[in-house]
Ligand binder design. Structure first.
Ligand code: HEC
Ligand code: HEC
Length: 463
């Protein structure tokens, strides 16, 4: 969903003329006094407070690139159908949903539910051990992901039922609130599930700003890690290294809830393959390859998607802009920002870094950005654990969620959802789930007086 062309050219010019001094990775890098703090995505920032805040192309695309972005946008929205079909065929035979947009509403989070007609939640599955490349060990008969919808006449792999219970939480000051606790029940499997299987529920996350995250130099990300906790702040964090089936190399993980995918190319092609059953030059095998449902596939020789279609969608998610940081001079927002740093939320949610040089996209190149993530995985405690390892990320580890745009979820989604499975209904609930390496920060948050807790939330709402 493209929006009106941006009017921030002035800001763009200011930013590009300011990035010449790239500082080392230290506290000084967060000093915004010489910069416009609203530019969360540098030159790839867009000023729009509406339901389409996540759906705007980065400024400065050539007319031709805008057309590719628009084609990718249309394919992102497109509902695919069963083969044979003259266009947009090849869906399934089993899948999770029929379009990208059904899981990434307005390019933001999806809605956490499991339905017979498609879900934005999906369930990964594996058995103990690893595959040949150190990744999750596929479950025999099910692969790495449970497809809970089937084409007409095709039994889906499983049905997943989600139930939520309320768990009361009492702040040290006596205020009582409630947390939503999800639990999942897998029934009606088409064949017995293997012994010892492990699952991981994940909700389709926002897809904007990813070209910038793809362009952060590896050295920057690795410098955030503190595996031995040398600074004694209780936060370690480490990079995930994952297998890229296209380059056939092990690479730094950047995308997915556990940094379990290295590039947008693989992320998008694997979404087509696993979530929708559509093959491409990057992922040429049907998701049901080697399974009984392969008998429903009439032609497994040609790929379902033309190369240009996959490439356009990759281009689309690579070139979605970041919404601007708002209300930056509001005293409550400023107070919340200060507390965010004092509580060391910024120890994981790193405010500032620079992207590397990108000759193809000036708006992504050499930008000072504020994603509020370190791109590393951290132990987040038992409450959030899925207990299913994913490459080097353990069953308690998750990638630090980028917080840019987190204040726009109500606008983009209507009802907002937070965290890897969408369990949190408010920003405060999301914070209260933090444990493990984030326990200290979370305890400090809980101990704040209510007005300060509100200030922290107000700060996050301004991102
Ligand atoms: C059934 C729901 C579903 C569908 C359909 C779906 N996605 Fe996703 N998407 C997810 C989930 C869940 C994740 C997180 C995956 C993980 O943790 O490995 C994700 C992750 C992503 C990411 C990485 C985001 C990040 O910040 O790491 C991108 C990009 C993406 N999807 C693009 C797409 C595209 C393009 C399509 C259509 C071809 C698509 N998705 C279809 C659910 C879905
Ligand atoms: C040890 C690292 C760490 C620290 C410290 C930390 N976080 Fe997080 N944060 C994460 C991770 C990892 C996630 C994603 C967890 C998940 O999806 O289950 C997350 C998710 C969030 C989310 C939800 C974002 C979304 O898109 O769903 C918010 C809001 C948040 N953190 C705010 C905070 C605040 C405020 C603090 C300080 C009180 C804080 N975090 C401290 C690692 C951390």
């Amino acid at each position: 969903m493209k929006k009106k062309v941006s009017v921030i050219l002035g800001c763009v010019l200011t930013v590009t003329s300011m990035v010449m001094c790239r500082k080392a990775n230290n506290a000084a890098i967060d000093d915004d006094s010489n910069f416009d703090p609203r530019l969360s995505g540098g030159a790839a920032t867009f000023f729009d407070i509406s339901s389409s805040s996540f759906s705007t192309p980065i400024p400065g695309l050539s007319a031709n690139d805008e057309r590719i972005h628009e084609l990718g946008d249309a394919l992102f929205e497109q509902s695919f159908i069963a083969a044979p079909a003259p266009r947009f065929g090849g869906l399934g035979p089993i899948f999770n949903n029929v379009s990208c947009a059904n899981c990434h509403h307005n390019d933001g989070f999806g809605q956490p539910s499991f339905g017979q007609l498609g879900s934005s939640l999906l369930m990964r599955i594996s058995v103990p051990g690893t595959d040949a490349h150190g990744g999750p060990n596929p479950a025999p008969g099910f692969g790495g992901q449970l497809q809970n919808v089937g084409l007409y006449g095709v039994h889906p792999e499983v049905t997943v039922n989600l139930t939520c219970t309320e768990q009361s939480y009492t702040f040290p000051d006596g205020t009582i609130t409630s947390l939503h606790v999800p639990s999942y029940n897998i029934v009606d499997a088409y064949m017995p599930l293997p012994a010892g299987y492990m699952t991981s529920p994940r909700l389709g996350p926002p897809v904007f700003g990813l070209g910038l995250l793809e362009n952060i130099p590896e050295a920057t990300i690795l410098a955030f890690a503190d595996p031995a906790d040398a600074n004694g702040d209780g936060i370690t964090g480490h990079a995930n290294y994952v297998y890229n089936p296209f380059t056939k190399k092990t690479e730094l993980g950047r995308f997915g809830m556990k940094a379990n995918t290295s590039t947008l190319q693989v992320q998008v092609a694997t979404a087509f393959q696993q979530d929708m059953g559509l093959t491409s030059y990057v992922q040429p095998k049907k998701s049901v390859w080697g399974q009984d449902q392969m008998r429903y596939v009439s032609d497994s020789t040609a790929t379902d998607l033309a190369d240009t279609m996959v490439d356009a969608v990759i281009f689309y998610v690579r070139t979605l802009a970041v919404p601007a940081h708002r209300n930056v001079t509001d005293p409550q927002v400023k107070r919340g920002e200060l507390l965010f740093k004092q509580m060391n939320c910024a120890g994981c949610h790193r405010p500032t870094m620079y992207t590397g040089v990108n000759v193809n996209f000036p708006a992504l190149s050499n930008q000072r950005i504020h994603p509020y993530t370190d791109m590393l995985v951290h132990d987040m405690g038992a409450g959030l654990a899925d207990n299913r390892p994913d490459y080097l990320a353990t069953g308690t580890e998750w990638k630090t969620a980028a917080l840019w745009g987190v204040g726009m979820f109500e606008k983009t989604n209507g009802t907002p959802y937070y965290l890897h499975d969408g369990r949190a209904r408010t920003i405060q609930e999301a914070i209260l789930w933090h444990g493990g390496e984030a326990q200290r920060s979370k305890d400090q948050f809980a101990n704040l007086p209510k007005s300060d807790r509100d200030a922290v939330v107000a700060f996050l709402q301004s991102l």
